[in-house]
Ligand binder design. Structure first.
Ligand code: ADP
Ligand code: MG
Length: 330
């Protein structure tokens, strides 16, 4: 199979076809049309084998996650996904791997009605670059810079399971089958909080998706917005599985590991009743974990109400300590 046969076999026939795609795969570039009154939101993420996923990771999970992390960025902007492109470098043409990869990627694409409209394919070390394009009503995108003192601080879903599953996969912790089967998808097949992000338009002052860990990503909000925040450990939403290991692993996986792809957002007091009314749009739930304050800095309070001395602030690909890891997530 050559490059063109590969593109034809795996990418040219689309499980999703949208009316707003005038020209899709097959020409020099694609042509799409955003509805009037909408802005286009664009996000790109790179996934490199051995850095972002284990070289022997299940192909379907890799395909799912490559798209999911991009859709999660769109969700954090309040955007509805529409199209995506795929850059792929492969050491060789492994049709079994490609089949699995497409199954994972297109399974998620179908769920959110997002169409693959182009890409590029080349020989090279296994790496995947997805760019996702979404739509948001003009001026309604949720930014990191919108948090204001007095806002209440929320997260969707539960935190820390991706980190716990990673520890198991790396052999640093042994989880019994009954536990790893419950949380493995939180690491390998995260679900982007698309409906949740869209529901937050006009309600949240700001939002971010949790890819680097709550403390680091909340840090990004504070950097962009100014001000500070106070969060309470006993309010951090944890799964039953994580709770069972809390004494052993502590809070760090929930606070600083990242890869959870939940949304962290702030809501002004006058919009909280509106948020409460939107509960049905949040099948994963949302939890109040703290407040935005005028005083700069991040204050983490422990279960007894005392300052919790946190250390790790999440992941940085270029920090010397983090770069030493043989593989990582972000
Ligand atoms: P060009 O040489 O003009 O870049 P290519 O031969 O690379 O064209 O690609 C041919 C068509 O196939 C283009 O429409 C391109 O967008 C699409 N394509 C190539 N690789 C991929 C891929 N990995 N996923 C989706 N579409 C792809
Ligand atoms: Mg090309």
């Amino acid at each position: 199979m050559n490059e063109f046969e590969l593109i034809h076999t795996f990418f040219a026939s689309q499980p999703v076809t949208r009316d707003d795609v005038a020209v899709g795969i097959g020409d020099d570039a694609s042509v799409v049309k955003a509805p009037s009154g909408m802005q286009t939101v664009v996000s790109t993420d790179v996934l490199v084998s051995g850095i972002h996923f284990l070289p022997d990771a299940d192909a379907a999970s890799v395909g799912h996650k490559a798209l999911a992390v991009n859709l999660s960025d769109l969700a954090a902007m309040g955007a509805e996904p529409a199209w995506f492109t795929l850059g792929l470098t492969l050491p060789d043409i492994d049709t079994t791997w490609l089949q699995g990869f497409c199954e994972g990627m297109f399974g998620l694409a179908r769920r959110y009605n997002v169409q693959l409209i182009g890409g590029d394919t080349s020989r090279g070390p296994l790496a995947i670059v997805v760019s996702a394009y979404g739509l948001v009503p003009e001026g309604k995108a949720l930014l990191r810079s919108g948090a204001k003192p007095g806002d209440r601080l929320y997260v969707t879903g539960e935190l820390g399971d991706a980190g716990l599953a990673l520890k198991h996969r790396l052999g640093e912790l042994q989880l019994p089958d009954r536990d790893i089967t419950v949380i493995a998808d939180r690491l390998e097949r995260p679900m982007p909080r698309i409906g949740e992000g869209m529901a937050l338009r006009g309600i949240a002052h700001c939002a971010i998706d949790l890819s680097d860990g709550l403390l680091a990503d909340l840090g990004h909000i504070l950097e962009a917005s100014g001000g500070g925040a106070r969060i309470h450990l006993d309010r951090i939403p944890l799964s039953a599985v994580y709770r069972a290991y809390l004494a052993e692993t502590g809070w760090d996986l929930a606070l600083a590991n990242g890869d959870d792809y939940e949304l962290c957002f702030t809501v002004p007091p006058e919009k909280i009743s509106e948020l409460e009314k939107m509960k049905t749009e949040f099948p994963c739930g949302f939890t109040l974990i703290g407040d935005i304050e005028a005083e700069t800095g991040l204050r983490v309070m422990d279960e007894a109400g005392k300052p919790y001395p946190f250390k790790a602030m999440g992941h940085d690909h270029f920090s010397p300590g983090d770069a030493k890891r043989t593989w990582e997530v972000s």
